[in-house]
Design a protein around this ligand. Structure first.
Ligand code: ADP
Length: 392
């Protein structure tokens, strides 16, 4: 039996019981004086019906879906708890429906003698509901089933937006590569030095595309918490590995690269994902700090937390952009980020990894002075082998 049918049957049962109950009560009253035996039987049937009615009402009250039953003049005869919450009724038998949209949907269902369904916005409740209007037998009224889909539609909208943004971001290096390949083909005979310059640019665009695809893959892996292991991980060691990876980029900009890393700071988590998080913070610090600037990485254990921070003396982030830099594809300066090889995904990866590990990331930045990103993660227990080697 499908869910809607069950809901409608429960609602109908509750309403039918109510009507039956009233009739039986009247019948019992009229016959009680004259026929005592019949009266007793009727009383027992009355309590059976009453029990059924209570059970149906209880079932309806416990449902997440709102159920509203309207009679043939489209006046409410019953609204369960969810319907009262969604439609702002303060009684199970409100005087009127309140929403013109729902009323016209109910009218259509009754006139056309068929189920009618629509997603409607309810104001001022600010919720989106999927409304199903189901005509009752013999034009006896309409059952309205309401389902709150605000969150579901919100998630779908975010996903659609992400796919649109990702496609747009992918299109631009692909278009650049196509234009450059054509330019190389045209220049290769007449102007070989120009062709060489174009091919350098082509390599740059291909690298950008590669970075974008790799960031997108990292993000999609992080979407599924099952991909993140929960092993004892030495955050100090992960940080040292990442420092090695960015040394060349830092030296090529003659940066003062400093680090203060406490020994053996442990967290529960995923070595590779934590490495990715640190790498993104270091890449950004180097990318957005001018030559001969300073970048500092520190890792320490504070009470029950592992604290990792990356500071730079770079361009800083304007106050109004600080709350948005962790959004996917958000950049303070689109062209500058692209020119420096950014994809707009680095900080959202950082935020995801921190949160998947039960922690969070914060930002402290001043325009023209520099930025500090701090990640706080719950402390983990040291790996067994490491405990033994410390003890020996
Ligand atoms: P991108 O790949 O563009 O660097 P991110 O998600 O890593 O994307 O960062 C988002 C934006 O935040 C960047 O485009 C940049 O404008 C800003 N940003 C990130 N890190 C820093 C930093 N250390 N200093 C200044 N700006 C930064």
């Amino acid at each position: 039996m499908n869910e809607t049918l069950l809901i409608v049957l429960s609602a109908l049962l509750a309403v039918t019981c109510l009507v039956l109950l009233a009739r039986l009560r009247a019948l019992a009253r009229s016959t009680e004086e004259s026929r005592n035996g019949l009266s007793r039987r009727l009383s027992s049937q009355l309590s059976d019906v009453e029990r059924e009615r209570r059970r149906s009402v209880e079932l309806l009250e416990k449902m997440d879906e709102g159920v509203l039953v309207l009679n043939d003049t489209l006046t409410p005869v019953m609204a369960n708890g969810a319907a009262r919450r969604l439609l702002g009724f303060d009684s199970p038998t409100p005087a009127h429906v309140g929403s013109d949209d729902i009323l016209s949907l109910a009218r259509r269902a009754m006139v056309e003698s068929r189920h009618v369904e629509e997603a409607l916005q309810l104001w001022p409740q600010r919720v989106t509901v999927r409304v199903r209007a189901i005509p009752l037998e013999d034009q006896g009224g309409v059952a309205i089933v309401l389902q709150d889909v605000t969150e579901e539609l919100g998630t779908q909208r975010i996903r659609r937006q992400f796919v649109a943004n990702a496609s747009h971001e992918l299109k631009s290096p692909v278009a650049g590569m196509q234009a450059l390949s054509e330019a190389i083909r045209d220049a290769v005979h007449d102007d070989p030095s120009m062709a060489e310059r174009f091919s350098e640019k082509l390599i740059g665009e291909a690298e950008r595309l590669g970075r974008l695809i790799s960031d997108l893959l990292d993000l999609s892996r992080l979407e599924d918490p099952a991909n993140v292991s929960r092993r004892s991980t030495n955050l100090s060691r992960v940080a040292l590995e990442q420092i090695e990876q960015v040394q060349t980029a830092a030296s090529s900009k003659e940066m003062h690269f400093k680090y203060h890393i406490d020994d053996d700071v442990w967290v529960q988590g995923d070595h590779q994902q934590l490495g990715l998080m640190i790498r993104n913070l270091l890449d950004n610090a180097i990318r957005y700090t001018p030559e001969r600037g300073a970048v500092t990485l520190s890792v320490s254990a504070k009470r029950d937390e592992a604290v990792l921070s990356v500071s730079d003396t770079g361009m800083g982030i304007p106050l109004k952009a600080q709350a948005r830099v962790f959004e996917r594809f958000y950049r303070v300066d689109k062209d500058r980020s692209r020119d420096r090889g950014g994809t707009g995904l680095g900080l959202s990866i950082v935020k995801h990894v921190a949160e998947l590990h039960g922690g969070h990331v914060s930002l402290d930045s001043e325009l023209g002075e520099g930025s500090t990103f701090t990640v706080r993660l719950p402390s983990g227990t040291p790996e067994r082998t490491a405990m033994r080697s410390v003890a020996s």
